[in-house]
Design a protein around this ligand. Structure first.
Ligand SMILES: NC(=O)c1ccc[n+]([C@@H]2O[C@H](COP(=O)([O-])OP(=O)(O)OC[C@H]3O[C@@H](n4cnc5c(N)ncnc54)[C@H](O)[C@@H]3O)[C@@H](O)[C@H]2O)c1
Ligand SMILES: [Zn+2]
Length: 365
């Protein structure tokens, strides 16, 4: 098992290994002992038996364990679910000493983390990520949020978990398409700050699968990268925005498609288009784009062309939290495995985007 300490003020451990769920009674003992616990998960995760395994593992340690199973999917990151969960906690007389467990992917993690951040002005919560994406990205770093009809993640808070328990064996039951979503974020880490990871992914004979013995190491590498960025910029004022490579357009695609296009695939299109932009702005070897596109294709991440209008997407991007009044910050590759933050006038960005998007859609159609 690997253990990574996230060295912020109330630091916490990320435990990564194979078969950790059944050892939860030992591994997260300090965080659940003599506390009431509400474990929240979704139907797909519960169907795999993970909720009952965690409950079984901690039942002799926790005071009492309640389980709430909600439907799967991004639409569950809603204020109505927040309301239901905080009312449930209040009815069960949860105090500040008690805690929540988020068992599932990023949807469960974001929703439960946000509930934990506001109930009684903040109670502890534990992340047990069961998707690759949640393991390498959403479960670490303390960002929690739910969506509004006007956009994704518009209501949220910074609230770190008290511990993250990542059992990579849970990835084995992920549908291939969901595992590939996580690979999209893995590729993102390679492109923003780890050329060796990008090279490793490109030189593999076969694409990564959920059975790969290297998974623990790869998750650890990503968690260390995320940690280094979060420590420098806990509240997302600068460096942390690098993690948003591909996400400005990605979030817009998710929103405009009403979440028909999944997160990992949406950001893959964003990463590819923003690499094109980078290549128009500076001299980069032309094979960067071909190689990167090939890598995204290996994981079936480029399903476009998506025929959404450039204007609608542009508008969605301008509503992004990262936008200032007249400028927006975008993340562009500066070389293969390094990205930089570029501030562009909104007008210049919009003109570029609409032209590129329309050209892209028409050539690929
Ligand atoms: N807070 C952050 O910093 C951050 C970072 C990145 C992404 N996110 C958020 O994460 C969310 C996406 O997360 P996700 O991709 O994990 O999606 P998800 O939580 O919807 O999970 C994807 C699907 O896999 C199923 N599933 C989960 N684990 C499973 C398992 N082990 N076996 C079988 N099925 C399983 C789920 O039921 C769901 O249908 C988005 O809402 C995104 O905004 C947050
Ligand atoms: Zn993401």
């Amino acid at each position: 098992m690997e253990k990574i300490r996230i060295p912020i003020e109330q630091g916490y451990d990320v435990l990564i290994g194979h078969g950790l769920l059944d050892r939860a009674g030992d591994l997260i003992k300090n965080q659940v002992q003599d506390r009431k616990v509400l474990l929240v998960t979704d139907e797909h995760v519960a169907e795999q038996g993970y909720a009952s395994r965690v409950t079984h593992a901690i039942k002799s340690v926790a005071e009492v364990i309640h389980v709430k199973v909600i439907p799967p999917g991004e639409k569950q990151k809603s204020l109505s679910n927040v309301e239901e969960l905080v009312e449930m906690l209040a009815s069960l007389n949860f105090s500040r000493q008690d805690c929540l467990i988020a068992l599932g992917g990023g949807v469960i993690g974001d929703l439960v983390g946000f509930v934990a951040s506001i109930y009684l002005r903040g109670i502890d919560f534990i992340q047990i990520p069961t998707t690759l994406l949640a393991a390498i990205d959403s479960s670490v770093g303390g960002k929690t949020a739910v969506d509004l009809p006007q956009g994704k993640n518009l209501v949220g808070a910074f609230h770190h978990p008290s511990v993250v328990l990542c059992d990579v064996a849970t990835f084995e039951t992920l549908p291939a398409a969901i595992f590939e979503e996580g690979c999209s974020e893995l590729i993102k880490y390679g492109m923003i700050m780890k050329p060796s990871l990008l090279q490793e992914l490109m030189s593999r004979e076969q694409p990564l699968t959920a059975q790969d013995p290297e998974l623990v190491r790869l998750v650890k590498t990503c968690v260390e990268m995320k940690s280094s960025v979060v420590v420098e910029d806990e509240f997302d004022q600068g460096l942390r925005q690098l993690l948003n490579y591909g996400h400005t357009l990605g979030h817009a695609l998710e929103q405009v498609s009403q979440y028909e296009i999944s997160h990992g695939r949406a950001i893959a299109t964003g990463m590819q288009l923003f690499l094109q932009m980078a290549m128009q702005r500076r001299e980069l070897p032309p094979d960067y784009l071909t190689n990167f596109t090939q890598l995204l294709d290996d994981y079936h991440l480029l399903e476009g062309p998506y025929v959404y209008s450039a204007k609608d997407l542009n508008q969605a991007m301008l509503n992004d939290k990262k936008r200032r009044r007249h400028t927006m910050t975008i993340v562009l590759p500066s070389e293969f495995g390094r990205c930089e933050l570029i501030e562009l006038p909104v007008v210049e960005f919009s003109q570029w985007f609409e032209k590129e998007w329309n050209a892209d859609v028409s050539t690929k159609n």
